[in-house]
Design a protein around this ligand. Sequence first.
Ligand code: SAM
Length: 480
Amino acid sequence: MNGPGQHPSRSSRPSRPRRPAPPRRRSTTATPPVLDPARQAALDTLRAVRDRDAYANLVLPGLLRERRITGRDAALATELAYGASRAQGLLDAVLAVCVDRPLSEVDGAVLDALRLGCYQLLRTRIPAHAAVASTVDLVRAERGSGIAGFVNAVLRRVTEHDEAAWVAQVAPDEATDPIGHLAMSTAHPRWVAQAFAEALGSRGEALRAALEADDARPSVHLVARPGECTAEELAAMTGGDPAPYSPYGVHLEAGAGDPGDLDPVRERLAAVQDEGSQLCALALTRVPLEGPDERWLDLCAGPGGKAALLGALVGLSGGTLDAVEKTPHRADLVSKSTKGLPVTVHTVDGRESGLAEGSYDRVLVDAPCTGLGALRRRPEARWRRQPSDVAGLTRLQRELLTSALNLARPGGIVAYVVCSPHLSETVGIVADVVRRTGAERLDTREYFPEMPDLGDGPNVQLWPHLHGTDAMFCALLRKP
Ligand SMILES: C[S@@+](CC[C@H](N)C(=O)[O-])C[C@H]1O[C@@H](n2cnc3c(N)ncnc32)[C@H](O)[C@@H]1O
């Protein structure tokens, strides 16, 4: 086996010790490992994601707060934890070449460290020697020198190529499998890249642009609560920029810290919400309506982002919003996010809500979905979702949209929204429900004013590479 500091040759793949070496007593003259709070927090986040199915973007902010990690260390921890989570498939493909056995046989905690080191080597400007040494130090402190030597040898093998050269080696051939190639180079599972390709009608440049935008760290989007503050005031308070399309939106630079700590968010003048979500909720409110316009319904409200925006807007004109959410703890979140607004929360199944049929002027169905449109904001999600998830979700989506149309009054408007571009969850659901209910399709593009690249309609599919939003889908229907 290659000892620490030795460079493994191509022919001798580093092999993990079959029997872990007993921890060595550190000599009194040895330099102790550098205390590295940023990398330790990133490593602990990767471990929580792997060990207990945690969400990286919930675990890391907690660790940063608890350990009082701020400033540059917090930014580094965020970059490493989220970046390594997003890139996991690519990192594993590279590591599989550099380790002498299937990765499934490598101890999970060691694999976390390998991914952390590999990410630094392939996708950051951290000098290779620092990326390797800092990762090895973390492992040595936890697991002893034997395992640290193994990690050192594997990572040195990774340093033999840069990212492009590794992609050329581990990705499917670009000429025969362009989607597979793009999937690997942008760190997406192939089935996700395939779903994007089908929605875009592209296996070429448009697909590349979409996958690359989805692989980049997104800016943070805030929504100013109508009646509480304007987007301009919120931008001035936070140092952000007014959003290009939503009149309530503000964009903050990626990595600007935990947006939950911002004063306007803590004081409930604003909330974190992707601009695409804002636009889909607003589209529902923009369709002209004959007759009354005072009873609105959000049929899938948890955790309450769109319910808070709709509740504030309907409140300005004296109306009310009913918010339905099946899961009790998510219904509690809706109550919290709509506190002080004319919103009534119902903890029931939207398919059998018991609410009065034919009574709502506007209904939002922001249906549960694969979330393939928001992968850039949920670092590990792309590796957790499975193609087999789609079938169960589409059944539920169809039932919820049908129920929404039953609850709307004749002439009322229903917005079907999902945070996914997967055709089975988008046009497939709408076409099926329209056929069975006779609902009228509206040209949804009209209610996304001044947005370019909305395609042939009548539905709207937003994209990170075209609009800077999550890949939200919206279809507006009128109840016959
Ligand atoms: C995409 S999320 C909605 C996001 C929300 N509109 C927002 O902007 O914060 C879908 C929600 O639907 C809820 N849900 C799932 N099945 C449901 C059902 N049968 N009836 C009502 N809500 C349901 C989920 O618990 C989840 O909170």
